[in-house]
Each structure stands twice: as C-alpha cells, then as structure tokens.
Design a protein around this ligand. Structure first.
Ligand code: GLA
Ligand code: ZN
Length: 656
C-alpha cells in the first residue's frame, strides 16, 4: 500500500526537485508519477533525445526512497512534429483541426504519429527499463474514445465497417439508411458523425463509430504496451482512465494492461438533496471490476479543482485522507495524489495540488501526511481481496447508445445502476460492477439495469445465470435495440420477455412528473422518468401503479424461471424504493445485511480468508456513531473498540 503524488519536474527548477524530494520523504511519499506530458523536454527536436534530466529526477527521488511511475509522454507531441506533419493533428467533429499547444490533440490513428510514439516509447524503455527505481509505466494520459474525423480515421472507419459487414449493401441494411435518403452508393460517402446534434444523425452509425473509436484507442494502448514489453518484459504497464464525454470502453482499453488506474476526483460539495449521488464508491467498484483485481488511483483529489471550470470549494478536513481510504476500501492498492504542488503556469494553475502557489505547506499537506502514516499501517490488508455476492452489470455499449438517444428528460444510463449500488451499500454489502458477459455463476444476486442494446453473449449469459438458479433484476429499457442500434420489432423487453414472464403493453415516458407505486406489502414509493405498463404471463406483480390510465397495472414483477428468479422494474423510483427492494432481495438470497447504518456511512469488507477487515467510512457531513456487535480491533488506532465514532469523512478499519 503506497501513497504518492503526481509530479511535474519540467515545471520546476533542479533545486526545487531536491527540496521537494526532501519534503515528500518527510511527508511519507513513496511514489511519484512523472513525464506523461513532457515529450518536448525528452525529444526537443526530431530524433534528439534528452533523458539525462529525467535520470536525475529518478535518482533524486529514489535516493530518498521514492519510486517512479514513468509516463510515456504521447499525450502531448512537441510542436516541431506538428510543424513537420500537420496531418497528425486530430480533426474535430466540426471538420476543423484541433488547436495545437493544448493537450491530447494528436490523432492516435495517424501512422506518422504512431511511428514517433513508438520510437519515443522504445527509446525510453531502453534507457529507463532496467532502472530499479522505475516501478511502473503509464501509457499516454486519460485516453478517450477520440472521435477524430481526419482522412486517416475516415479511411480506417470505412475499412472497419467493410470488415464488419462485408458489403455496402449490408451496411445500408444494418444502418437502415432507407430513412431520409441516407443510402450509401459509394463507401466514400460514409462520414463519421459530425458536430450536428447527434439526435438527428443515424443512431447505428453513431454507435458503430463509438465502437470503432473504442477499438482504435485500445489498439493504440496495446501497441505501446507491446513496445514497452519488447525491451522490458517485466515492466508493469497501465494507463489512467476516467469518465468523460467520450468515455472509452474500459474492458477493451485495459485488456493488454497489467493493471487498471483511475483518476479519482470525488465531489467536495455534498448535495443537500439525498437523491443526488455523490459517493464515488460506484466508480471505484467499477474500476475494480474491469480486471476483477485491485487497481491504482493515479490521480487523487488534493485541493480545490478548477481551471476549465470555476473553482470548487476546497476539500473539507478529512476529505483528502478519507477519500483515499475509501478508494483503498474498494480495492485501490496504491494512490497518487494530483498533484504535489499547484502549477504556477499554464492552463491548469487553478487545479490545486497538496501545496498552494505560495509553496508553503499547509492543512492539506498535513492531512496527506497523516494519510501516508495511516497507509504505512495497512500492510496487513495488502493480501486481502474483496469478495462480493452481488454484481451490477455495466455495458459501455448501453451507456453510449443512451447518450446517442436520451430516452426521456432526466433519464441517464448510470442512474439506475447507481440507485441499486447505493441501496446495497446502505446495507454494508460488497458489490462488484462488471460487464454483462462475465461469469455470473458465483453471485447470489445480479442486477442488469437497462440492457438496452442486444448483445447475444450477454443475453445468453443472463439466461444461463437464471436457469442455473440465480436471482436477477432487470429494468425498463431492456431488449429495446438490436446490435445495430435499431429497434427490435417485438413487444418489450423482446428477447427477455420469456425470462421475466411479462411484457410491456405500452410505456409512458413521464420525465420529471412524479407518480406512485405500491408494493405487495402496501408500501408506497414515488416513481418518475419512465413507466412500463406490464402484462404478466408467468410473473407475479411485486408492485403496481397507482396513477394514470394504467392504475393497478404491474410496475415491478417477479418471475420464477427454471431454477432461478427474474425481477423486472418497469419504472424509475427514488432511493427509498431501491433500499426497500434491495433489503427484500438480500433477505431472499441470504445475503447478510447490516441494519441501522447511519446515512452516508459506507461499509466494505476485505478478506484474506482468515481475517476480515471491515472499513467504515463516514461519507457525510454529520458525525456518525456505529455500535459494533462485539469488540473489534481497529488497525487505525491499534486498539479494541465496540463503538466507532466517526467525524465527517473519517474512516476506521476493524479486524473481525
Ligand atoms: C486529469 C488529467 C491531469 C489533470 C487533472 C486535473 O485527471 O489526467 O493531467 O489535468 O485532470 O485537471
Ligand atoms: Zn484521425
């Protein structure tokens, strides 16, 4: 368990490196990440490499016990390269080349750029690969599913389509181009989606283009990983990811990486409305689920954020430490804070690090130093893992398809996933977030929200799970689209009708209008966004609507199917429904529930088979008291406790 910081030696003097190394060592830093944007310093002109300064950085920090994560600087090619090859700059959806001098503007499909990218990677690996102070490699930075419209990308996309569909005729059929005279009579007529509102564009084209960009970026990362491995077979390789406008397909992106890294910026403004999600636990579970393994945080919140947006409030006391420990609770094993010192130059000078522009260590650094001390006590959990009995399925295709065609005001793909996630957290359960094609056989409960776009392997996997005795929950907007993102001409949820034992006779996209449902026990809950009016075949009603012309029709159903059970939630409710429903599901499937947890307290368990370590994180602005069923040993305070009293954003970890 190591704590570190992101560091930009190219922005500071050599004397400053030495002073920073001392200060970092004092604070307890064990890792730095460097160089991911420093190409112009590493190759100041074509084929002239300059690595000595970085040798010096690595040495300076390793002398005080700090290891280095080395960034491959391909995110920011030097301007001499653009001058020589203007075509390597990305073309935006508006048809214009992106302005250089800002970052991430290279086209990752450009063979010229790729040649340079591989060469700098190879040179760096040959130079630094055997250095024992280099503990891991980061490829590029926050790779996205870049929608580039340059000639290279266009040609590559057309080839990709032909490869997939064999002929123009098949592409026309798959895309349904007979609508609005969109039939292609020449492959050169196929253009990537433009800046024109996506809603007016062909949804099949948009989804395929997203798939293409996801594959392109994964291929790019793979090529660079292979380049590193060729000369440094034992290198540990990653790339850092996040959720963004063009969120990549994480499963593809990390296929050839050794581990997942996530850039974690939890919110510092806790919303008053309890329906607003602010816990980052869902994202952390999703990151762990990518490789079903522990992961790193390559960038972690350190101060007020800002620069591209007005600044956020500063993290409250305990947030810097608490949010890092929260990540550890969910499977992070090394955490680097972004960044050591706040930049005094460049576009990002108001995205604060641990130390402000003044250079004077203050409250945030002191708290970070406390985190380093705490992490040093956590070696006992290095060998633990997180075992979950509940899985929530996340699909990049479904997420993107719902972005292409938002279904109703207020509805977005992650919402229902997060409602379920929060509800299970409310009972202290571990939860895996995984793709729909993973082996589900060891889960007692699987939540499959919004299986919007048909994926044969996923549908079969889900059926198999229930047939073999699993308990499944599906939701509205499932079975809507075929794999080409066209509507399936059948009663919803089409391919899942048999499984859920019910069909949708009509739906009502009510948006923000609020209605009521009543469950079998007479409990009333507010619903909104969407109402599937269900007609049961073999299912039973779990809850029914109270309003509108579909009053008394089932809103939530339960169906026994082969050895398993499949629920269907036809509407979107508020958190009280999901908590009540989750409680019932857990009881029925024999998953233990912690009852009476104060709101905002998150409980995660890591185990090594012998001992369980239970993390109690107070993710709220109120003090929280938790009475333990028996006295347990706190590895934070090295003492026995039968009651935990947690300040806002404080964490305690007890051994069971
Ligand atoms: C991202 C990037 C960093 C930095 C931070 C904060 O996470 O990876 O380089 O820009 O945002 O702005
Ligand atoms: Zn391009």
């Amino acid at each position: 368990m190591k704590i570190g910081v992101d560091y930009y030696p190219e922005q500071w003097s050599e004397e400053q490196w030495r002073a920073d190394a001392q200060e970092m060592a004092k604070a307890g830093v064990k890792l730095i990440r460097v160089a991911e944007f420093a190409w112009s310093k590493l190759e100041p002109s074509d084929k002239q490499f300059s690595f000595e300064w970085l040798d010096e950085v690595i040495k300076t920090f390793s002398q005080v016990g700090i290891g280095t994560v080395l960034g491959i600087p391909t995110n920011c090619p030097p301007l001499w390269m653009y001058q020589q090859y203007p075509d390597i700059v990305r073309v935006g959806p508006d048809g214009n080349r992106i302005q250089t001098g800002i970052r991430g503007h290279r086209c990752i499909n450009s063979p010229v750029f790729m040649g340079y990218a591989k060469r700098i990677t190879e040179q760096m690996v040959r130079h630094f690969g055997a250095n024992p102070a280099v503990v891991a490699w980061q490829i590029d930075n926050e790779l996205e599913a870049y929608p580039c419209s340059c000639e290279v990308c266009k040609a590559k996309f057309r080839d990709w389509l032909i490869d997939k569909y064999d002929s123009l005729e098949n592409i026309n059929a798959a895309f349904g181009t007979s609508v609005w005279s969109g039939e292609y009579s020449d492959i050169l007529q196929i253009e990537p989606p433009t800046a024109y509102p996506q809603a007016w564009q062909n949804p099949s084209l948009c989804l395929d283009h997203y798939r293409f960009t996801c594959e392109s970026v994964a291929e790019y990362a793979k090529e660079l990983a292979l380049t590193i491995r060729r000369d440094a077979p034992k290198a540990k390789i990653t790339t850092n990811t996040w959720f963004c406008e063009n969120t990549p397909d994480f499963y593809k992106l990390f296929e050839y990486m050794d581990f997942v890294s996530y850039d974690n910026y939890p919110t510092v403004s806790i919303p008053k409305d309890k329906e607003e999600f602010y816990s980052h636990a869902f994202h952390l579970d999703l990151m762990r689920g990518i490789k079903e393994d522990k992961f790193w945080i390559m960038e972690q919140l350190s101060g007020p954020t800002g620069s591209w947006a007005p600044m956020s409030p500063t993290p409250r006391p305990e947030m810097i430490k608490g949010y890092s420990l929260q990540a550890i609770a969910h499977g992070a094993d090394n955490i680097l804070h972004f960044r050591w010192k706040t930049a005094t130059k460049g576009a990002e000078m108001f995205w604060h690090g641990l130390i402000d522009h003044s250079g004077v260590p203050g409250r945030r650094l002191f708290e970070f130093s406390e985190l380093c001390k705490t992490a040093a006590k956590l070696s006992v959990i290095d060998t633990t893992e997180i075992i979950s009995e509940i899985a929530i399925l996340y699909s990049p295709d479904d997420a993107y398809a719902m972005k292409i065609q938002p279904q109703v005001e207020g509805m977005y793909y992650l919402e229902q996933l997060r409602y379920f996630h929060s509800a299970f957290m409310h009972y202290g359960a571990n939860i895996d977030v995984i793709p729909p094609t993973r082996d589900l056989s060891h889960y007692k409960l699987v939540i499959a929200p919004t299986m919007f776009v048909y994926d044969k392997a996923a549908a079969e996997n889900i059926y198999r799970y229930v047939i073999n005795g699993g308990t499944l929950v599906m939701t509205n907007r499932s079975g809507v689209k075929d794999s080409n993102n066209n509507c399936i001409p059948d009663a919803l949820p089409t391919v899942f009708k048999e499984l859920i034992g019910a069909e949708v006779t009509e739906y009502d996209p009510i948006g923000s209008r609020e209605q009521t449902i009543t469950d079998f026990a007479g409990n009333k809950f507010t619903c909104r966004r969407w109402c599937d009016v269900l007609n049961v075949t073999t299912a039973k009603a779990y809850a029914q609507y109270e309003d509108n012309f579909y009053r008394a029709c089932p809103a939530v159903t339960m169906n026994r199917y082969c050895s398993g059970v499949a629920y269907y939630v036809g509407t979107v409710c508020k958190s009280d429904f999901y908590e009540s429903f989750a409680g019932n599901l857990m009881r029925q499937t024999g998953i233990p529930r912690l009852k009476g947890l104060p709101r905002g307290v998150e409980v995660t368990t890591r185990t090594n088979g012998l001992d369980d370590y239970i993390f109690f994180f107070n993710n709220s602005e109120e003090d929280a008291t938790i009475t333990l069923p028996k006295a347990m040993y706190s590895i934070i305070d090295s003492s026995g406790k039968d009651k935990l009293v947690l300040k806002p954003f404080e964490m305690d970890i007890v051994r069971k």
